[in-house]
Design a protein around this ligand. Structure first.
Ligand code: SF4
Length: 366
């Protein structure tokens, strides 16, 4: 099919196939892709605002035994800069963050086999009780699989207990590229694509909402990206549990994978991925522009390529920082950046409920 016919199909509200998605990934007119993606964005989210959440991304431990080759963050437990925070220390951090207006804590860590399952349950329970202003958005699929191994419980049982403790959303980290050809090469101890999807499926069936992510720009092919998008579109058809899709590009510095990569993802590639995600993932309500991983200017441009959400303000971020990619911001700056891109800014919570709209020329409290 001609590419213009594929794009017409999209405008007519039809779902595109995997082959058509692959064709779009090899299509050079990025502005045309952006225009179509933007039209779909406004059909799904017609308001002229871009959402953001006031959040922070601390890490409770950097101890990990999975050895992903793209990761600059983790340490083995006997290394001098390995750390694990106690529950008390984390609660204090959350209380301090809440005082500064943070509403969501996205908490992840390494897969640390020395931490008992009770540590995670206590952390969720105490966060809910002692810092009720904070929504706990805790633990990637890898950590949940780790909890299952440490406790001897099934994934479902782990998720039930975490839910009873007060968790109801999970971040989408740990996907990278959901193609086992790629996973075997960059994260062979991390489990398969099916393992990631299985945790997400069980979580959705228990009523959790989660995001889905994708880290591209390393050894994947266009075909691997299509496999990834297909896996999450299928699961979303089945469960409807994903709130948003968040793609970002691989940050190579200080990682073992760096020396095996010939070229890294360009801003052009990022914008193409954002637009195609919006077009292909017709059952996802939100696509997030990841300013912190691509740079603020590219984040702004992505808002015209199909993204409707600007992610979090990220008071603290250690994973990209370990790869020497440091991109700090504040609530005021995020609002300014959204305004600068031509939109009102809407502060949301983890579940995408709107808390406050900051119009471009005034402040409106809902
Ligand atoms: S990406 Fe996560 S699981 Fe992999 S090595 Fe880093 S901390 Fe461990």
């Amino acid at each position: 099919m001609l590419t213009k016919d594929i794009l017409k199909k999209v405008i007519d509200g039809e779902r595109i196939s995997n082959e058509e998605c692959l064709q779009l990934l090899q299509y050079n007119d990025i502005l045309e892709l952006g225009e179509v993606a933007n039209e779909i964005r406004f059909r799904k989210n017609p308001e002229n605002y871009v959402t953001f959440v006031v959040d922070t991304n601390p890490n409770y431990t950097n101890v990990c035994e999975i050895d992903c080759t793209f990761c600059a963050f983790y340490r083995h437990k006997d290394e001098p800069d390995a750390y694990t925070y106690s529950v008390d220390e984390l609660i204090k951090k959350f209380k301090d963050a809440a005082k500064r207006g943070v509403t969501t804590v996205l908490l992840q860590g390494g897969v640390n086999p020395d931490l008992p399952f009770e540590y995670y349950l206590e952390l969720v329970e105490r966060t809910r009780k002692e810092v009720p202003e904070i929504h706990p958005h805790f633990f990637s699929t890898s950590e949940i699989i780790g909890m299952s191994e440490v406790s001897g419980l099934s994934i479902r049982e782990v998720l039930i207990k975490l839910k009873e403790a007060g968790l109801n959303t999970i971040p989408g980290g740990g996907a990278e590229i959901l193609s086992d050809r790629v996973k075997r090469k960059i994260s062979k101890k991390k489990g398969t694509s099916a393992d990631y999807l299985n945790v997400m499926r069980e979580a959705h069936l228990l009523g959790y909402k989660t995001t889905a992510t994708m880290m591209f720009g390393h050894i994947e092919s266009d075909e691997d990206i299509v496999i990834h998008l297909e896996s999450i579109r299928k699961l979303q058809d089945e469960t409807g549990g994903f709130t948003a899709f968040i793609p970002w590009s691989f940050k190579p510095e200080n990682t073992p994978l760096e020396k095996h990569i010939k070229s890294f993802a360009s801003p052009y590639r990022y914008l193409q991925i954002i637009a195609i995600s919006r077009i292909y993932l017709d059952n996802f309500p939100h696509i997030q522009a990841s300013w912190f991983s691509e740079g603020k200017k590219i984040g702004q441009v992505a808002l015209h390529f199909g993204a409707d959400d600007f992610g979090g303000t990220l008071e603290e971020e250690n994973v990209h920082a370990a790869a020497n990619f440091i991109n700090k911001s504040s609530t005021e700056e995020v609002i300014d950046l959204i305004h600068g891109a031509g939109f009102d800014a809407a502060q949301r919570d983890t579940l995408y409920n709107i808390l406050k709209v900051y119009a471009q020329n005034a402040i409106k409290i809902l």
